[in-house]
Write a protein that binds this ligand. Structure first.
Ligand code: 3EB
Length: 333
């Protein structure tokens, strides 16, 4: 019998992770960054804050009121640094990886996306946390351009080219949302882990990576949700909208789109075998296309979900013009 000397290491690598702790917080970024277990601090909206720390990220989306910070906390001691245009932090179990790519320098949104994903692929191959669980993509003017030249579709094409097999047959959960500040800088950030998660698809929706050709030259490479490789259940829910099968439903009806979206989220939780209701352990982020819809959406969500679910509402464009809102989140259960 051969005893593999790396056995102890193998089991450490495959041991379940402690859940990442994610919260919306009114703490100051400086205080949050001072904690040794802080993996990432994400500021939304017009926050003027600038921190040199690679764990700090500003997402250029407007919020209803001054937005809370999103804080990710790991379990171990967090190291952080920069490699080229990648900012990273890691406790060995999880990693936060972020990059901003100037479109003009790369020759457009498609090449910027390709560069971003090729960079992530290279980073992950050299890392102790090579498994992507969740990726966020933010780009300016996402709906500009007609047909296959729409910027979202060009982004999808570049993303597919840059991924180049890095996810094998299973994509991570994702969000892709439009910014409106005219800055042509693609923002991509990700949560990666030491062990692989498990992709979950939604039986009410066609898998996004199988969308038919009418939605663009390259199907969007993401899973509807990702079960984290954690000791207690944790589910990362992708951006979810009023799409049934592959078609958008209820154009121009924000309330009906909200209910369809919640039906999709519930169906996804069922598919993931999660029977716990959305609660205080389920922070949701809600992207709303038209600012005047924001109080309406907040009211409807409180009526549907109760007061315990942490909500962060942001103004942003959804990747199909007729979609008025999108909901993403994390769920313990
Ligand atoms: C959808 O279901 C809505 O391109 O990464 C949601 C989540 C959407 C992620 C992406 C797109 C993406 O197709 C749009």
């Amino acid at each position: 019998m051969t005893v593999r000397p790396s056995h102890a290491l193998d089991s450490a690598v495959s041991a379940p992770l402690a859940p990442l702790r994610v919260e919306y917080s009114s703490a100051s970024a400086t205080d949050a960054l001072a904690q040794p277990d802080t993996l990432a601090v994400i500021g939304f909206g017009d926050t003027p804050q600038v921190h040199a720390d690679p764990r700090w990220l500003r997402v250029r989306l407007r919020s209803e009121a001054p937005a809370p910070l999103e804080i990710w906390r790991a379990s171990g001691r967090v190291a952080h640094g920069r490699d080229g245009d990648v900012a990273w932090s890691s406790d060995g179990a999880y990693a936060f990886v972020a990059l901003n790519v100037d479109e003009a320098a790369l020759g457009g949104i498609s090449s910027a996306a390709q560069h971003a994903y090729a960079t992530l692929a290279r980073w992950s191959r050299a890392s102790a946390t090579p498994h992507f669980l969740r990726i966020w993509n933010y780009l300016d003017a996402i709906n500009d351009g007609q047909g296959d030249t729409e910027r979202y579709r060009q982004f999808c094409a570049g993303r597919a080219a840059g991924m180049d097999g890095m996810f094998g047959s299973s994509y991570p959960a994702a969000t892709a949302i439009g910014l409106r500040d005219g800055q042509r800088v693609l923002q991509v950030y990700a949560l990666a882990a030491r062990a692989p998660g498990c992709a979950v698809e939604n039986p009410r929706q066609v898998n996004a990576w199988r969308y038919p050709r009418q939605y663009g030259p390259a199907a969007p490479g993401f899973a509807r949700a990702m079960r984290a490789p954690t000791a207690t259940p944790q589910l990362y829910i992708s951006g979810t909208a009023a799409i049934v099968g592959h078609a958008s439903h209820h154009p121009e009806d924000i309330a009906a789109q909200l209910d369809e979206t919640l039906a999709n989220v519930r169906s996804l939780l069922d598919a993931a075998g999660s029977h716990a209701p959305l609660d205080a352990q389920s922070p949701l982020k809600v992207y709303v296309r038209h600012a005047p819809d924001m109080p309406v959406v907040r009211g409807l969500l409180r009526a549907r979900l109760g007061d315990a679910v942490p909500l962060l509402l942001l103004e942003g464009d959804i990747c199909r013009r007729e979609l008025l809102l999108e909901i993403e989140g994390i769920h313990a259960g």
